[in-house]
Design a protein around this ligand. Structure first.
Ligand code: ACM
Ligand code: ZN
Length: 546
């Protein structure tokens, strides 16, 4: 799995798979063309190029002394290894690559990338600095503008058009370039539109298929965040606040299916289908005529067609997303949602599995004691989605209020533990750099022997336990007495793997009404980490006071 993958060290085999020969590529291009699909190659520069630089380290800045591995796209220090913009050899090399690519691909466009280039080495590199000086550039950002423009001019001289990601708007845009708006909601592309450039919307927050497409408890592990079928369907690429001149420059929408988390073609199909249907809908239906219910009817036929062809597709749209929040002190509110309005949610609270005749979920459930909720969706007496099991357990902190509550803190006292997916909406995360402090008001003096908070480690994503946990108790929310503190070493914090831990502090019988706990960040991931120099992230789930 991607989060466990390490950069190979010098001498270790670097790749698992292989490469496409020109003959393979011609076959793929032909296969696609027979189906009216044009393949547009992306040769991403100056970053996302570790695979090339692992083989041709002479085209990285000479200040890069370390061995260059092939693991791309992990940010921070990993993203610093980019092509040297001061070395003429870099341009000769890339022009040779482009010659080959241009000869091979009949497409009208070539994507030159330009995303996520961290310029730390350019700042230190004498060749890059000399280029900045010679070309009268302001800074490293403008150096990227120079780099992109130079290769763009080359591609254009061969009769092709150039595309690139929205980072190109950070400096002077290459002439006539087409910009892909991807960061957040993709709005950086509008800076290009304002300069008369054509653009494409591919917002990561909506249209990146690498993200989860449904309730995460049922999904195979992938990146973070949810981009559901309905979320993509609801996306309106032409935004209300656009200037009228932008719309004619919008060439279309794109969904990005990055495959870091995919290990087989079936994994790619799973993330692609049926969301590709929603992308087609937003791209092709006339404005104002989109309809979720009629789309779903069409989609069911489309999915039957996929099934017939043996193409794996996700049934995530039939699964239930739960949200458990504090109703009033002592009570919890359980909300169950399914993005398909044409299914019924049925549930039990007696431990049995729900059937088509179990209680129909009509509105939020209010509970005030330990409850096991089991729910599933049904249509025409048939179970449609996965079985959702919510074991809700009370402790002295459950459904109690926080002093200075932030949105989302409820999940710390909602009686439910998080899963191994730290973005499943059962894990709370705070600021990265500052210690985070929480005070729970137990509403009356309570005796306590143990304080526990759950935390999760996901090594590959830089999610780790805190440097320290301190717990204090008070009767008046003014004078606090420390009841215990845990402190961890780097070795204890930066462990590999994906697992949940309970951080527990035992105390002699203590009484208090206010319980304050403070978490200190572990700081940056160490140099031998897969994410060197990136701030580690803390995710905590349930607070358990016993
Ligand atoms: C991107 O996702 N880095 C374009
Ligand atoms: Zn350089």
């Amino acid at each position: 799995p991607f989060p466990d993958r390490r950069n190979p060290k010098k001498g270790e085999p670097a790749t698992i798979g292989g490469f496409y020969t020109q003959e393979d590529m011609k076959e793929i291009i032909r296969y696609a063309a027979e189906r009216q699909v044009e393949i547009i190659p992306e040769i991403d520069v100056p970053a996302h190029s570790n695979a090339a630089l692992a083989s041709y380290p002479e085209f990285a800045c000479p200040v890069v002394k370390d061995f260059i591995g092939v693991l791309p796209g992990l940010g921070a220090k990993n993203a610093e290894i980019i092509f040297c913009a001061g070395n003429e050899g870099t341009f000769d090399f890339l022009q040779n690559v482009l010659d080959e690519v241009i000869a091979l691909f009949p497409s009208r466009y070539i994507n030159l990338g330009g995303d996520e280039a961290r310029k730390t080495n350019w700042e230190k590199c004498p060749l890059c600095q000399s280029r900045i000086h010679k070309e009268h550039l302001e800074n490293e950002e403008e150096l990227q503008g120079y780099f992109m423009a130079r290769l763009s001019d080359y591609v254009r001289s061969k009769g092709k058009e150039v595309m690139g990601w929205d980072e190109l708007t950070n400096s002077k845009l290459p002439e006539e370039s087409i910009i892909l708006g991807w960061q957040g909601y993709g709005n950086a592309a509008l800076k290009a539109a304002a300069q008369g450039h054509r653009f494409i919307m591919t917002p990561a927050r909506v249209a990146y298929l690498i993200r989860y497409q449904g309730p995460q408890w049922f999904e195979p592990i992938t990146y973070f965040g949810n981009n559901t079928l309905k979320g993509l369907f609801d996306y309106e690429p032409v935004q209300k606040d656009w200037k009228p001149e932008y719309e004619p420059l919008l060439m279309g929408v794109q969904a990005c299916m990055w495959t870091e988390f995919c290990n087989t073609p079936e994994d790619v199909f799973y993330l692609t289908f049926p969301r590709l249907g929603a992308l087609a809908e937003i791209a092709w239906v006339s404005k104002g005529t989109k309809n979720w219910n009629s789309f779903l009817k069409g989609l069911d036929n489309y999915n039957a067609h996929l099934a017939c062809k043996g193409i794996r597709y996700a049934h995530s749209m039939f699964n239930i997303q739960h949200t458990i929040t504090t109703e009033t002190t002592g009570k919890l509110k359980v909300k169950l949602e399914c993005e398909r309005p044409d299914v019924e949610i049925r549930y039990t609270t007696d431990g049995t599995e729900p059937t088509a005749t179990s209680t129909l979920y009509e509105k939020e459930l209010i509970i005030e004691k330990d409850t096991d909720i089991k729910a599933a969706t049904f249509s025409q007496n048939k179970q449609m989605g996965e079985l959702l099991v919510l074991p809700i357990h009370w402790n002295k902190a459950t459904s109690k209020p926080f002093i200075h509550a932030d949105a989302g803190m409820d999940i710390l006292v909602n009686g439910l533990r998080g899963s191994l997916k730290y973005t499943d909406f059962e894990w709370y995360t705070g600021q990265l750099s500052k210690p985070i402090s929480f005070t729970i008001d137990l509403q009356k003096p309570e005796s306590m022997k143990q304080f526990t908070v759950g935390c999760i480690t996901n090594y590959g994503m830089g999610v780790h336990k805190p440097r320290s946990l301190k717990v204090e108790v008070s009767n008046d929310n003014v004078v606090f007495t420390e009841i215990g503190k845990l402190t961890f070493t780097d070795k204890e914090i930066f462990k590999e793997g994906n697992f949940i831990e309970n951080l527990s502090i035992e105390t002699d019988e203590t009484t208090g009404q206010f319980v304050k706990f403070t978490l200190e960040s572990a700081g940056n991931c160490p140099d031998d980490h897969v994410r060197p120099e990136q701030p580690s992230k803390i995710y905590i789930d349930e607070v358990i006071i016993e």
